[in-house]
Design a protein around this ligand. Sequence first.
Ligand code: ADP
Ligand code: MG
Length: 257
Amino acid sequence: MGRAIVVANQKGGVGKTTTAINLAACLAEAGQKVLAIDMDPQGNMTSGLGVDKDVIENTVYELLLGETEVEGCVQKEVIENLSVIGSNINLSAAEIELIGQDEKEYILQKAIAPIRDQYDFIIIDCPPSLSMLTINSMCLADTVLVPIQCEYYALEGLTQLIHTINLVQERLNPSLEIEGVVFTMYDARTNLSLQVVENVKSNLEQNIYKTIIPRNVRLAEAPSYGMPINMYDTKSAGAESYRLLADEVIHRGEEEW
Ligand code: ADP
Ligand code: MG
């Protein structure tokens, strides 16, 4: 069975969406069947994968509200091996509309169940909050991938995130694990990036991916062309790093950390 990975960190701007888009795309490039699910009402993963978020009709929102079957929500193979369930600003109302629903933490998990076996990987992008959308994502997921930006307050909020993951594991999804931590926006020209990496490594017990994502302007440009980095600039440092990350994710479990 495939692995569902949720990319989460309640801090904004740490590289969640960039990581979700490009990890999904590089897994697909490596021949894995991938489903990308955009749980952020901003819809940046949706548009970053070339889907027009303002015209799609069946999104995560309709899915959560039970207004449509899951099959009808999947934008099939928008890129070879990569399908998308998109979202847009409508999703911001879901939180309120789900109040009072039975087992509201499991709505996404139940909705995806019929198609889950069709994919090797499900990659979920989260909003920058520990909201019901993030909890629903964690109830569907096998693992949580945590991007950490190489900046001064890198560790801020991480305790809450790990606490939330532990609570979800205890009460809602016992099989949830931390996939690992990935450093993003590493700037080799500054000592700060290096210090952050060293500091996090010595303070964190979680698995840390060997691949470090560099700061690379091509990564920031690609979404406005609706392309993942491996298509936008296939030889860029950003593309190479996300390919390496995808490779580590595929082979996770085969070797000791
Ligand atoms: P989040 O989803 O956590 O809010 P994003 O992935 O949207 O974070 O990244 C925040 C901003 O930083 C975006 O403008 C994005 O293009 C840019 N960015 C992310 N990762 C990199 C990187 N490795 N190099 C350069 N810019 C990046
Ligand atoms: Mg984001």
